[in-house]
Design a protein around this ligand. Sequence first.
Ligand code: DAK
Length: 257
Amino acid sequence: MEYIKVNKQYATHIALIELNRPKELNALNLQLMGELRDALKELDDDDNVRVIILTGNEKAFAAGADIKQMADKTAIDMLKIDQFSTWDQIRKTKKPLIAAVSGFALGGGCELAMTCDMIIASESAKFGQPEIKIGVMPGAGGTQRLTKAIGKAKAMELVLTGRFISGEEAMGYGLVNKVVPTEMYLYEAVQMAKEIASMSPIAAQLAKEAINRSFETHLDEGLTLERKNFYLAFATEDQKEGMKAFIEKRKPEYKGK
Ligand code: DAK
């Protein structure tokens, strides 16, 4: 892996992926995205990992897709490269995925953060969809996810002006879960990851799938999936353990079975 670093913390069942192209503000070139896709797949398959954190560095989560790599491309080149299959695979990660964002989260960087399930932002985070300034528009879900997260009026403003918003402003619009001082953002993400990782991992995955479905379907269909996953949770040892531990007034020990 050249452009990402992966750190597994089996003791707490969490894994941290760090985007690592600091000189280019973590611009998302094809290689980085491929590495990210492969790492997420591996972590998704690793029973010792229950929650994944995706982060950059203090200055940049990611300043967007790599403009230098895209600049000369034709529509047919873009079609052949088919970056969407990579983004689709990332979107299908089953385990809870937390974005820990500081500095720039722009264009594809903002879309990548929104592809995660929750966002912890630092006070110095800057979110934006500035594609309009370079003659294009969001291409990795920005028009859909941003609109669902913050509503039509604000999404329209951000996409059409390319204006950046601070972590605080993003918090006000409901785009992020928490804004914390810059020195704390990774710590907060780890705390949240640990809390989630202490729950039944199967229940967490089933719940994530059901919540995400609410964005993609009508209420009836969403409720059907929720009910199916709810029954499925009763097929796990974790359900027996969780309820027994409650009755016995002790801490549950979840095994992911
Ligand atoms: N691509 C390539 N290089 C970038 C970059 C980017 N997006 N952002 C920054 N860099 C590079 C700069 O070129 C510079 O490199 P050198 O010139 O030193 O070699 C280095 O990182 C430091 O950047 P600056 O010198 O510009 O740093 P400043 O602090 O002055 O400015 C900035 C920071 C973030 C405001 C500025 O760098 C900037 O405006 N960057 C571009 C932001 C942007 O427009 N982002 C949106 C890109 S379009 C798709 C999926 C996704 C997408 C498209 C399709 N499919 C699935 C098909 C997404 C598209 C985009 O994201």
